[in-house]
Structures are given as C-alpha cells and as structure tokens.
Design a protein around this ligand. Structure first.
Ligand SMILES: Cc1cc2nc3c(=O)[nH]c(=O)nc-3n(C[C@H](O)[C@H](O)[C@H](O)COP(=O)(O)OP(=O)(O)OC[C@H]3O[C@@H](n4cnc5c(N)ncnc54)[C@H](O)[C@@H]3O)c2cc1C
Length: 410
C-alpha cells in the first residue's frame, strides 16, 4: 500500500484533535486526522460547556444551530453539604453556559475540520508510531503507513500514542472517575438550570444534572481518586440519585434512557508529557482538564489550537522550536490557571470549606453573578494574579452574542 503523506497527522478527532486540525488546515497545512471510532460517536461526558469553551467554539466557527441538542443555560444552582441552595444567574447578553450531547458536538467539530480542508479518516485506529529525525510514521488500521512531519496525540485519557512511545505514567488511571447517565422526562427544575450537589462523602466531587432539549438531562457524578478510594461506585450512584433532594429536582417522571457509563478524567498538566520529539500531546492525552471541576472540553480545544499554532510557527524542520513554542503557550494560557484552581479546589475537600465557599459566593447578587463568571471561565481562572494577561477584552463577555470577545490564542 502506498503511504499516505501529510504535514501533520492528528490521532483522535475529539475536541482537542478537531481544534488542532482546524487550526492547522486554516494555516495552510496538509492535515490527516485518524480516529478509531466513526462519527457521530458518544463520549462519556457531562455535556456541559463553559464560557471559555463556548468562546473557543465560536472562534473555530461553530454554529450552535448545527448542533441539534444545543441548549444555552440561564443559570446554575449549587447545593452545599449544609443544604444551602444558591442560584447563580448568567448574563443574558451572549451565552455563558450551554449543554450539547457530545455525539452531536464532536460530529459538528469533525465536519468543521473537513470543511477547513483536513482529511478525517474515522473508523481507523492508530496502531503504531515511529519517530525519525525528520518525520513521524503512524501505522493506521485499514490505511497502512501515514508519514508526517509532526503528529498530534489527541487520543484521550489512555493515549495509545503515549503508551506506544513508552511515556505512560506507571499505574496511572486518571485523577477523577465520573459516571454519566441520560434521563428523559425530567421535572421543570432539572429542565431549567444546571444543577450541582456537593454531597458530603464524595467531596470535592459532586453530582450534576445538566438540562438538554426535550425534557432530557445528563445526570452524573464525579469523585476524586485522591480522596475517594473505597466502595462500589455503581452502588454509590444508585444511592446518590435516589436521595430525596436530588430525586425531587429530577422529578417523579425522570427515567434513565441508557446504562450509567463511567470513564476517568485526567488532570495532570505538567506530569503527563506535553511534547516528545515530533509529537505534541493535547487535551486529555496531556491531562489538561480542570483539577477542581473535571471539565476538559475548553482545555482540549485550547491545547489543540496552541499545538497547531506552535507547529505552524516553527515550520516543518525545527521540531525543538515546535516543542518550545507549545510548552510556552500551554504555560501562558493553561498552566497557571491549572495550578491556581488545584490550590482552590482543596477548600472543597471538606464540608466546612465547601459550605463556606458556597455561602460566600452566594452572599449578594454581585458575588453570585461574578462567581458564576469565574467558575465558568468567562476569563482565565488566575487572571487576577497574572497581570501580563490584563488587556482589553480579557474580562470576557460571553460567546455567540454581540459583546466584546475575550482572550483566544493568537
Ligand atoms: C463522565 C464525564 C463527564 C465529563 N463532563 C464534562 C463536562 O460536562 N464538561 C467538560 O468540559 N468536560 C467534561 N468531561 C471531560 C471531557 O469529556 C474531556 O476532557 C474531553 O472529552 C477531552 O477531549 P479530548 O479531545 O482530549 O479527548 P476525547 O474527547 O476523549 O477524544 C479522544 C479521541 O481519540 C480517539 N482515539 C483513542 N485512541 C485512538 C487510536 N488508537 N487511534 C485513533 N483514535 C483514537 C477516540 O476515539 C476519541 O474520539 C467529562 C468527562 C467524563 C468522563
């Protein structure tokens, strides 16, 4: 079989790989993306999109109306372990939070990548990687050899590329474990707002219910592996969703429409490799997810775009510049927020800290509005501590509206 040749080969067509492919193709690079699944495909996820993620989707040219399950969220309601409930409204100018089934969102991103000029080969797993001085050669099922100057490993939590290059952390199974289940016929409370319950024994983890169109909801919970070590999570899920305050919000008609699905979430930025020779790692493969909430779609999109920029700027021959540019982009746009958030997240590990956080953030209309913007990454989490990012437009302003835009790479 004649080898396929590209400037950049991308492994994985989730948000990280699709964003990288769009960025590269728009910069004039020849890109081939391979994914072992065929799109549309499901990804176990809460389907929640922060303002940061929304703004990046807008930057990529995504039209929310092309995603059939897209729904903007008007507010978030958090219940503290004490039982205190606080409603945090989002501004109505632009979108600050939304939900979309990953099967729909990811397929729309793959379409955008194709429209931008990337060749996407879905249903084709990467089964081997060899890195030479001037190229990367991938072995792709059903395709044969794929030769490229660079590769992007956007192949998710278990990153087969990382494993094939011998770079996996021993016995690493992710930092969070999360369960997701879809429901139909939820009650008006669950159909209206994003809901988060901080239940004492799973802190700093939480239960969520995120509304989807047509009376559906994505309901699930996540626990940190650092603090939660024992017991069956499947049994715990059954028990958590039956708690009266959670069952009351889901409503008497709420009916599961699939089995609960579990998947790990990696939040190990700085410990998992970001770059090795001619390969850059993005999204879950680089552990860039938020260490406090476990969300990772926005971070996956951003890291994919940063990798695309680094490769484009470095040119085809200077792989050391590509690695350096990518590392410094990640340090500037992701790493400082990651460390700051991890530190703050420690306050949520015990009921007292969590009750205080909810109490203080819910004290006044001003704190409620501004906490919601901070939590949903309307601006970078550590912006206040990083004056080099104070610039016009840095304070965000929602997405898909007519307000000023916030920070996007470039
Ligand atoms: C239960 C749960 C709930 C979550 N909720 C949220 C949420 O509400 N909001 C949020 O922002 N984040 C959430 N996350 C995190 C989010 O899902 C991930 O951070 C995000 O999907 C990472 O995107 P990615 O592109 O890096 O990887 P993925 O989306 O995992 O994509 C990786 C792709 O690589 C492909 N691949 C793997 N191996 C190969 C191979 N050998 N060859 C070719 N292709 C391969 C896969 O098929 C897949 O399509 C949640 C995670 C879980 C587990």
């Amino acid at each position: 079989m004649k080898p396929l040749v590209a400037d950049v080969a991308v492994v994985g067509a989730g948000p990280a790989g699709a964003a990288a492919a769009i960025g590269l193709a728009r910069a004039g690079q020849q890109v081939v993306v391979v994914d072992r699944t065929s799109f549309p495909r499901d990804k176990y996820c809460g389907d929640g999109l922060t303002t940061g993620a929304l703004r990046l989707l807008e930057h990529l040219g995504l039209d929310p109306s092309s995603v059939s399950s897209w729904q903007a969220a008007p507010s978030l309601v958090i219940r503290a372990p004490s039982g205190l409930e606080v409603a945090y409204p989002f501004s109505r100018l632009g979108q600050y939070a939304a939900t979309a089934r990953r099967s729909h969102l990811d397929a729309a991103l793959v379409s955008l990548a194709r429209q931008a000029g990337a060749e996407v080969l879905d249903g084709c797993a990467c089964e081997g990687v060899t890195v030479d001085a001037d190229r990367v050669v991938l072995k792709v099922a059903g395709v044969g050899a794929l030769h490229a100057r660079y590769a992007i490993a956007a192949d998710g939590m278990w990153s087969p590329v990382r494993r094939m290059l011998g770079l996996s952390l021993p016995a690493y199974r992710g930092d969070w474990c999360a369960f997701r289940q879809y429901y139909s016929d939820v009650g008006p409370q669950a159909a209206g707002a994003l809901r988060v319950w901080f239940e004492p024994e799973i802190l700093p983890g939480y239960v969520w219910s995120f509304p989807l169109p047509g009376g559906a909801a994505n309901v699930g919970f996540g626990v940190s592996r650092a603090t939660h070590r024992s017991g069956s999570l499947a049994r715990l899920w059954h028990e958590l969703r039956s708690r009266p305050h959670i069952a009351a919000v889901l409503g008497p008609g709420a009916t599961p429409t699939d089995r609960p699905r579990a998947w790990p979430i990696p939040t190990r930025l700085g410990e998992l490799p970001l770059a090795a020779e001619r390969v850059l790692f993005c999204g879950d493969a680089a552990g860039v997810g938020d260490p406090m909430t476990g969300e990772g779609i926005g971070q996956a999109l951003l890291s994919g775009l940063l990798a695309a920029e680094a490769m484009t700027e470095a040119g085809p021959h200077d792989d050391s510049a590509a690695r350096e540019l990518y590392r410094s982009g990640v340090a500037r746009h992701l790493q400082r927020d990651f460390h700051f958030t991890r530190l703050l997240g420690r306050a949520l590990r015990n009921p007292t800290g969590c009750n205080m956080a909810v109490g203080i953030s819910g004290a006044t209309p001003w704190t409620r509005r501004n906490f919601a913007r901070w939590l949903f990454e309307d601006y970078p989490r550590a912006l206040v501590l990083t004056p080099d990012r104070w610039q016009r437009g840095a304070l965000g302003g929602g997405a898909f509206g007519d307000r000023p835009r916030g920070v996007t790479p470039g």
